[in-house]
Design a protein around this ligand. Structure first.
Ligand code: SAM
Length: 283
């Protein structure tokens, strides 16, 4: 979306803006859906917009990242934070063995109901849970504050957790809470992959010069947003703040942060920067 279209779209209420953008993505993907039988089964972005691109391929690419960086195996118990329309549940439905737990939660009732409809015939053991949590972009009327939400899973029962393109819609206070909840629910030695937009000094300078795919501008606590009226539309946070939040939650970085090509050189092909986090093993 061009910066001008993005600014005009910002005048709409978030749900309408996302549905309109979703309708545009659906129209653009129509020829590919007709040609490619795999893509015919993709959920419509008009119903719940999780972003453009090839839905099935993105899910498979993320599955490979989970295998490579988080040690995902077909027997892992997994937690999908902000599961959306099931982009990760889709490949996991065939990858995970029966008996391996999958729990996905999301603030969007529509996303959760789409996932239940889609996966209950093939993986009735997959659990999709609606989180009645306030997020100004995705659920303004949510009852629970995001920075106090308790994940709907027990302590230390998850091997691999992930949040793809979710922390890019959350404030630092909420991210701190979600990291500490992730730490609570991971088994010792368990891993967490998340993506977000990380600000380095050179990136902040480039943004000030008007470079990059997104028009991020200064907001609060050193974070930047593309739309101050709806900050959770897309938020970038300083890289040191992400790392401090990881450590404050009792987690450690298992690998270098992999920068994506949304601004400057890319370390890996993903659309957002990738963090690989580990819960220390018990002493
Ligand atoms: C861009 S979509 C990504 C969805 C999915 N992770 C994927 O990669 O396809 C962002 C998702 O995060 C969800 N979300 C936003 N805030 C959340 C929160 N505080 N807790 C759980 N889900 C949240 C939204 O409803 C939306 O489905």
């Amino acid at each position: 979306m061009s910066r001008t279209v993005s600014r005009i779209a910002g005048l709409l209420p978030p749900s309408l803006r996302r549905a309109a953008a979703g309708a545009w993505l659906d129209a653009k993907s129509l020829p590919a859906r007709v040609r490619d039988p795999v893509r015919r089964g993709e959920p419509w972005q008009t119903l719940h917009n999780v972003g453009g691109g090839d839905f099935a391929r993105a899910g498979l690419e993320n599955l490979e990242l989970l295998r490579a960086y988080a040690g995902l195996t077909p027997d892992s118990d997994v937690l999908d934070i902000g599961c959306g329309a099931g982009r990760m549940a889709w490949p996991l439905a065939t990858y995970l063995h029966p008996g391996a737990a999958y729990v996905g939660f999301d603030v969007s009732p529509k996303a959760v109901s789409l996932c239940r409809q889609r996966f209950s015939p093939v993986r009735p053991d997959f659990r999709f849970i609606e989180a009645d949590v306030a997020n100004r972009e995705y659920r303004a009327g949510g009852q629970e504050p995001e920075d106090r939400y308790r994940f709907p899973v027990d302590d230390a029962c998850i091997d691999v957790a992930f949040a793809t393109s979710v922390f890019s819609h959350m404030t630092l206070a909420s991210i701190r809470r979600y990291l500490s909840e992730t730490a609570r629910t991971l088994r010792p030695g368990g891993r967490f992959l998340f993506t977000g937009y990380a600000l380095t000094p050179s990136r902040s300078e480039a943004l000030a010069r008007g470079e990059g795919r997104f028009a991020f501008r200064p907001w609060q606590e050193g974070s930047m947003v593309i739309d101050p009226r709806s900050p959770e539309r897309a938020i970038a946070h300083p890289l040191p703040d992400f790392l401090d939040a990881v450590h404050a939650a009792g987690l450690t970085m298992a690998d270098e942060v992999k920068l994506a090509g949304w601004l400057g050189p890319a370390d890996y092909p993903g659309g957002q920067d990738l963090f690989v986090v580990r819960k220390p093993s018990a002493a």
